[in-house]
Design a protein around this ligand. Structure first.
Ligand SMILES: Nc1ncnc2c1ncn2[C@@H]1O[C@H](COP(=O)(O)OP(=O)(O)O)[C@@H](O)[C@H]1O
Ligand SMILES: [Mg+2]
Length: 228
């Protein structure tokens, strides 16, 4: 499994209001490696994750997940790829309010059409592995920022995605939890052999990553490529 973005152009709006975010951008990500995507606010980190996650179609170019171009799939096919092959984790975890930790994982399994009860033991085990064995029945409101993010990570990994996309995971946690979370992300990437891409401002995440990709350099390389 690999992820390759090739010749990607993304434009938002039209005419006077048109913004070109990418113009011929290319980058490849390998399995079992965690990449930290760094760069100033507005440089396109979240846009790149949305492309990779089949949440946004490029204006031009290919998004190749294991050689298959997500950009040309139908909406239904894209939804299936998102469900079956991609795990997402966002800034604030996006946990469902009022729902116990173990049910957050089961909700993900249910959405994919599998029977939740068959997965309960596995969900409890996944949370226990994340150091949350004593928090299985806690609701998001009863957890710390770092604990919420570990539930979100366990949920994102629960269906063994080939691709794990993470946007600013440490924005709402304290420094020591940020380091722990970053190391956990890197460790799980190696163990699960997924392609992990983490958009981040956090040096702790860049430090734990196998590779750091700077958006500013990617965009400059694309510009140089199209000029030459
Ligand atoms: N839906 C949208 N419509 C118009 N412009 C957008 C949209 N989404 C993102 N942008 C623009 O794309 C650029 C990159 O944004 P983003 O990917 O969110 O950057 P980052 O995550 O690095 O902060 C910004 O200039 C932003 O204003
Ligand atoms: Mg962003």
């Amino acid at each position: 499994m690999s992820l390759e973005l090739k010749g990607i152009t993304v434009e938002f709006g039209r005419d006077d209001a048109r913004t070109t975010v990418f113009d011929g951008l290319g980058v490849t990500f390998e399995p079992g490696r965690m990449t930290a995507l760094v760069g100033p606010s507005g440089s396109g980190k979240s846009t790149l994750l949305a492309l990779a996650g089949a949440l946004l179609r490029p204006t031009a170019g290919q998004v190749l997940l294991d050689g298959e171009d997500l950009a040309v799939l139908s909406d239904a096919q894209r939804a299936k790829v998102r469900r079956e092959r991609i795990g997402y984790m966002f800034q604030s975890g996006n946990l469902l309010s009022g729902l116990p930790a173990v049910e957050q994982l089961l909700a993900a399994a249910y959405i994919s059409g599998e029977r939740p009860r068959a997965h309960r033991a596995r969900a409890e085990e996944a949370l226990t592995e994340m150091g949350l064995g004593h928090r299985l029945r806690h609701r998001p409101e009863q957890l710390s920022g770092g604990e919420r993010q570990r539930v979100a990570l366990a949920r994102a990994l629960f269906l063994s995605p080939a691709l794990l996309l993470v946007d600013e995971p440490t924005a709402a946690v304290d420094r020591s939890q940020a380091g722990d979370l970053a190391r956990l992300l890197a460790e799980r990437t190696g163990r699960d052999n997924c392609v992990t891409v983490v958009a981040t401002h956090d040096p702790a995440v860049a430090e734990a990553a196998d590779r750091v990709v700077d958006m500013t350099e990617l965009i400059a390389a694309a510009t140089a490529g199209s000029a030459g």
